[in-house]
Design a protein around this ligand. Structure first.
Ligand code: CA
Length: 444
């Protein structure tokens, strides 16, 4: 596990990029998340960058300016690539040396590089793209609170299936429809059969929902046939981002048995643009979820003392909504929930180890997502299905509008951050998407 706290986490560090220093900023010099962006007019060209305040450090321009000259040729090539996959494949030591260099370059007191070289560009000026070419996407179901709440709605007398406390449950998702933040979400059509109808029909989903999730990217992969042991699992994890697994609940309810989700999920999955590395998260690690005494222990291949002690991540997560009416009247977004990633029943290491336990190979840039993050308290549920009890208890927005599920024009905003006394707060930025009516996406 990469738990070592080093000079890059020093809370006294400040950057010569002024916007990185105010308390509460998402991208202080202690964070240094990686993403991929495109400058205006540069059609077909994308670059890797590091977020710092409201700016991006352009790694390609850093190489051009000779700032990474002592890096190996391989690492320089990875920094100059158009996606993060080669950097993800290069391993944690290489990624760590890049982090150290960026921290030294950007800190106050260091010699400020010549900005004429174009090494900095404002986030507001660029288009933020997907961080990686995602070969495979797997979505877990790792919150026992979410699994129980949803199970109660679908199977009142049998909410939690008997395998749940033994198996980190997941399904293979669709990589082609993973989209960057701010991409419109076209309301999907599909087959639905409400309980009141005798026959199914095809049409736009009436029960569109979001799911608040945390994603993690595979760094170095594992060869086919070679499982990854629990204590090595985090060596294969590059970093984390926010994920909105948009879900059509009516399509889901009709199609999910016996093989699980299919078209109810594969129409869109939104990612936040910045990947926060595991090293940046080191100060915010915490014990894995403490299982009640009556629960079974994980099987040995999913258990280790370091996972129990440090496998969790104390990451606060929020969901906000802003309807079209709220936007037109200048109202701020309305908070729907606040929860913590530390409540997950399974850790990221357990999810990755389980994924490879049959010999399945993971590759650099593969995306694993946690499943909906819900906590035990009211206000900590990560989707509308749970919050409104499948529409039985609609919520009221500040405009007086009510919502059981998402309406056209609704914008959903996910946010995440870590904070702890003695350390500088780091944020994940935002994962956003606006729902648009079918057929309207092209004209807006
Ligand atoms: Ca999900």
């Amino acid at each position: 596990m990469n738990l070592s706290i080093n000079a890059t986490h020093d809370p006294n560090l400040r950057s010569w990029v002024g916007s990185a220093n105010p308390v509460g900023t998402d991208f202080p010099i202690q964070n240094l998340p990686l993403g991929v962006f495109r400058r205006p007019g540069e059609v077909g060209v994308s670059r890797i960058g590091v977020a710092i305040g409201d700016q991006i450090l352009d790694l390609f321009q850093c190489i051009q300016a000779g700032l990474f000259q002592d890096f190996s040729e391989k690492l320089q090539e990875a920094c100059a690539a158009s996606v993060l996959n080669p950097l993800m494949a290069s391993g944690q030591d290489a990624v760590s040396s890049l982090r150290r260099r960026c921290s030294e370059l950007l800190r106050q007191g260091s010699q400020q590089p010549d900005l004429e070289s174009g090494i900095l560009v404002a986030i507001a000026e660029v288009e933020l793209l997907l961080p990686a070419a995602i070969g495979d996407y797997t979505d877990f179901y790792a919150s026992i609170f979410h699994a129980t709440n949803v199970g109660k709605l679908f199977r009142p007398d049998n909410p939690l299936l008997p395998n749940y406390k033994y198996v980190p449950i997941a399904y293979h998702g669709r990589a082609s429809s993973i989209i960057p933040s701010d991409t419109p979400i076209v309301r999907p059509g599909g087959q639905r059969k409400p309980p009141t109808e005798t026959m199914p029909s095809f049409g736009p989903t009436q029960l569109l929902d979001y799911e608040l999730e945390v994603g993690f990217f595979v760094g170095t992969g594992n060869p086919l046939g070679q499982p990854v042991a629990i204590d090595q699992a985090e060596e294969h994890i590059f970093g984390l981002c926010l994920v909105n697994d948009w879900s059509a609940r009516d399509i889901q309810a009709w199609e999910y048995q016996p093989l699980g989700p299919f078209l109810a999920k594969s129409f869109a999955t939104t990612l936040s643009p910045w990947v926060v590395t595991l090293e940046a998260l080191a100060p915010f690690r915490c014990p894995a979820f403490s299982r009640p005494a009556e629960d079974p222990s994980p099987l040995p291949y999913l258990a280790s003392s370091s996972n129990t002690e440090w496998g969790g991540i104390d990451l606060t997560l929020e969901v906000w909504i802003r309807s079209a009416q709220m936007r037109s009247t200048g109202m701020a977004p309305f908070q729907l929930s606040c929860t913590s990633f530390r409540n997950m029943y399974w850790t990221i290491a357990q999810m990755l180890t389980h994924h490879t336990s049959n010999g399945c190979n993971l590759r650099p840039g593969d995306l694993l997502a946690s499943g909906t993050v819900s906590g035990p308290e009211l206000g900590s549920q990560g989707c509308l299905l749970e919050i409104t009890q499948r529409g039985a208890h609609p919520i009221e927005l500040p405009t007086g509008e009510t919502r059981s599920f998402l309406a056209d024009g609704d914008e959903v905003i996910l946010r995440g951050y870590c904070e702890k006394p003695g350390y500088v707060r780091i944020g994940f930025g935002e994962c956003r998407g606006i729902v648009v009516e079918r057929g309207k996406d092209k004209t807006e």
